[in-house]
Write a protein that binds this ligand. Sequence first.
Ligand SMILES: C[S@@+](CC[C@H](N)C(=O)[O-])C[C@H]1O[C@@H](n2cnc3c(N)ncnc32)[C@H](O)[C@@H]1O
Length: 216
Amino acid sequence: MKRREIKSARGKDRQSGSSAQHVMPKNWPPEITYLRSPVYSNKLTSSELSYLRATDPSMEQAQAATLITPRTPPVKICLITSPGNHPALHQHGLFATRYLPPGSFILDYLGLYHSEPSISDYDLSLSRDLGIGIDAAAMGNEGRFINDYRGIRDGPNAEFRERMVGSERRMGVWVLPVGKSGRGKGVGKGEEICVSYGKGFWKGREKEAKADGDCE
Ligand SMILES: C[S@@+](CC[C@H](N)C(=O)[O-])C[C@H]1O[C@@H](n2cnc3c(N)ncnc32)[C@H](O)[C@@H]1O
């Protein structure tokens, strides 16, 4: 399958092999490559590649109604300047540009599909069993700016869930469904989109901080 990667050029980008133009999202960092589809590490084994590109009929069926990927996701990248107690103050976050109903698809988390150990803050697990992750540290899309809900709101309003796009496995970001508790209310226009990174992410951070402290 041919991959199309978009390279930065004075804010406006051209898709290679196509005449389609794509304007980079506002506030996109120029040093990060903006992607519209995943990039595969050349170190992935053939069995890892077949997992990533396998056709899983049950998933395809389940996602049939949501397979159309909007060209421009309903999000914006914002520098967080307020409130002053936001835990990611002076970093960026991802915000909804319109009301997003419960259970709706927002965008895919794009980056480098790889299976090497990583300590990147932007590495999202795609298969724990195979050790495959999606690292958006050096390349990715708006998904890399989604913050964890802790310290921002009572709970997440979005979640990561796998989906198939054709025969390609992706990690999508979805608005939380209404759910049994009825807490999934959707994401309001202008509201920050937050997921749960999982306790493991923050435990790993604690360990790193402790190890750093031990060296002082
Ligand atoms: C995937 S990035 C999210 C985007 C990041 N804020 C940025 O501007 O690039 C993950 C990093 O964001 C920060 N972060 C995300 N959620 C956070 C939270 N709830 N509290 C503190 N830091 C958070 C942490 O530094 C974390 O390593």
